[in-house]
Design a protein around this ligand. Structure first.
Ligand code: ATP
Ligand code: MEV
Ligand code: MG
Length: 405
C-alpha cells in the first residue's frame, strides 16, 4: 500500500472530525433501487467520526509498518485493533491507497477483509456490525493505506432502523478519511462551532466513496441514502440523479422507532426476488411509486401562503404517503409493528408510512402545521405505551460537515 500524498510527513498528531446526518424517505424507498424516483430529506440526527493520525515522519516512531489501525464504536461499547503489519500482510496485495479514484470492493478484497474480521472477537449478538466493520476497513485502506490511526464513531441514530445509519457511517467516515488524506479541500463557509462544509467537488468524492461503503453493507443500494447524507436538504433522486427540492413550508414529521430489528440488505434482496417472480405486476408497482414521488416532490415545492393552502397541500402529501405505504405492503416490506403504528396514528386522523427499508424499524407520521399540540402528545403517549420510541426531527438540514483540530 502506498503512503498518501499530503499527509505522509505531518509532524504532530492530526485530528479530523466529520459528522453526517441520517435521513427520512418521504416516498419511493425500494422502488428507487429499480429506477423509480424517490424523495428524501436529511434529519438533525448525526453520526460523528473522529480520526487521529499519529506522526509518520522520520524519527517519530509511527511509520507505515508499525502501530495499528484502531476503531472504537462508542455506541456498541466495542473496540477493534489491527496491527499495520497484519493489515499489510492481508491486504497489501489487494488494496492500494488511491483516495482520488473511488472503486468498488472486489470479491478478493472482501474475502481478505473477512479474514481480518476473523481476528476480532465480535459478540454473536452484535454480528451485524461485521458489515460496518468491513466497510470501515475497505474505506480506511483504500483512502489512507496501511498507516496507524484511531477512529472513534458515535451516533444519535438508531442502527438498522431505516434512518440511514449505514449511510451516515460511510459518509462521516469517508469525509474524515479524505480530509485527513488531504484529498479534499473545504469551502469558504465555516459554520457554528467550527464545523466546515466541503466544496462541491469534495462532497462528490466523499459521496462516491460512501457509496462504495454502502455497497458492502447493503448489497445493491440506489445511492439515495449516501447522497442525502452527504449533500443534506431535501432531494429527489432517480437513477443516480439528484435534484434539490426547495421546501417552501416546513414539513413536520414524527418518527416512531418500532425497535423491531431488520436488515436493509435482506429486505432489498427480498423485493428484487418478488420482482423476478412477478415482473409485470412489480413493474406496475414501481411505476406507481414513481408517479407518487414525482407528484410529492412538486407539491413540496409549492408555496402555500394561508391556512387553507397549507391544509390543502398537507392533505395531498398525506394522501400520497398513504398510497405509498399501500404499495410498500405490496412489495412485502411492511410488518405487524408498522401496521400497529399506522392504526394508532389513524385514530388521531394522522397518516403514516414506513421509512427506509421497512420490515420493522421506523415509521413517519405527518404532523399537520395546524394540528393541536395535544394531539401530538396523545398519539406519542399511545405509541410509547406499545414500547415504541418517538422523536420529532428537523427535516431538510445540513449534510456532511468536517472539523479540523
Ligand atoms: N455507528 C455505526 N457503527 C458501526 N456500524 C454501523 C454504524 N451505523 C451503521 N452501521 C452498520 O450499518 C448496518 C445497518 O445498516 P442498514 O442499512 O441495515 O440500516 P439503516 O442504514 O439504519 O437503515 P436504512 O438503510 O433502511 O436507512 C449495521 O448493522 C452496521 O453494520
Ligand atoms: C430500501 C432503500 O430504497 C432505502 C433504504 O433507506 C434502499 C436503497 O435505496 O438503497
Ligand atoms: Mg442503510
Amino acid at each position: 500500500m502506498d503512503p498518501v500524498a499530503g499527509t505522509a510527513e505531518h509532524r504532530g498528531p492530526l485530528e479530523v472530525r466529520a459528522r453526517a446526518p441520517g435521513k427520512i424517505i418521504l416516498a419511493g424507498e425500494h422502488a428507487v433501487v429499480h429506477g423509480s424516483a424517490a424523495v428524501a430529506a436529511a434529519i438533525d440526527l448525526y453520526t460523528n467520526s473522529s480520526l487521529l493520525l499519529r506522526p509518520t515522519g522520520p524519527g517519530e516512531g509511527g511509520g507505515a509498518g508499525s502501530g495499528a489501525v484502531e476503531l472504537d464504536l462508542r455506541d456498541s461499547g466495542l473496540t477493534f485493533s489491527w496491527p499495520c503489519s497484519r493489515l499489510r500482510g492481508a491486504l497489501g496485495e489487494e488494496i492500494s491507497a488511491n483516495p482520488g479514484a473511488p472503486a468498488p470492493c472486489s470479491p478478493d478484497q472482501l474475502a481478505a477483509i473477512a479474514r481480518l474480521l476473523q481476528d476480532q472477537e465480535i459478540p454473536e449478538a452484535k454480528i451485524w456490525l461485521s458489515a460496518g466493520l468491513s466497510a470501515f476497513l475497505f474505506l480506511y485502506a483504500s483512502i489512507l493505506g496501511c498507516r496507524p490511526g484511531k477512529a472513534v464513531v458515535s451516533s444519535d441514530l438508531p442502527m438498522g432502523a431505516g434512518l440511514g445509519s449505514s449511510a451516515a457511517f460511510c459518509v462521516s467516515m469517508s469525509g474524515a478519511l479524505l480530509t485527513a488524506a488531504g484529498a479534499v479541500s473545504v469551502g469558504a463557509r465555516r459554520g457554528a462551532e467550527g464545523w466546515e462544509v466541503l466544496e462541491k467537488g469534495a462532497l462528490e468524492l466523499v459521496n462516491q466513496w460512501a457509496f462504495q461503503g454502502e455497497k458492502i453493507i447493503h448489497g445493491k443500494p440506489s445511492g439515495i441514502d449516501n447522497s442525502v447524507s452527504t449533500f443534506g436538504k431535501m432531494i429527489k433522486f432517480k437513477k443516480g440523479e439528484l435534484t434539490n427540492l426547495e421546501s417552501w413550508n416546513p414539513v413536520k414529521m414524527l418518527i416512531t422507532d418500532t425497535r423491531v430489528g431488520r436488515n436493509t440488505k435482506a429486505l432489498v434482496a427480498g423485493v428484487s426476488e418478488r420482482a423476478s417472480r412477478h415482473p409485470d405486476a412489480m413493474a406496475s408497482v414501481f411505476h406507481a411509486v414513481n408517479s407518487i414521488s414525482e407528484e410529492l416532490s412538486s407539491i413540496v415545492e409549492l408555496a402555500a401562503e394561508d391556512e387553507i393552502a397549507i391544509t390543502s397541500k398537507e392533505d395531498k402529501l398525506a394522501e400520497l404517503m398513504e398510497m405509498n405505504q399501500g404499495l410498500l405492503q405490496c412489495m412485502g416490506v411492511s410488518h405487524s409493528s408498522i401496521e400497529t403504528v399506522l392504526r394508532t396514528t389513524l385514530k388521531y386522523s394522522l397518516v403514516s408510512k414506513l421509512t427506509g427499508a421497512g420490515g420493522g424499524g421506523c415509521v413517519l407520521t405527518l404532523i399537520p402545521t395546524l394540528s393541536a399540540n395535544t394531539v401530538l402528545e396523545k398519539v406519542t403517549t399511545e405509541l410509547e405505551s406499545h414500547g415504541y420510541r418517538c422523536f420529532k426531527v428537523e427535516v431538510g438540514g445540513r449534510g456532511l460537515q468536517v472539523f479540523r483540530g
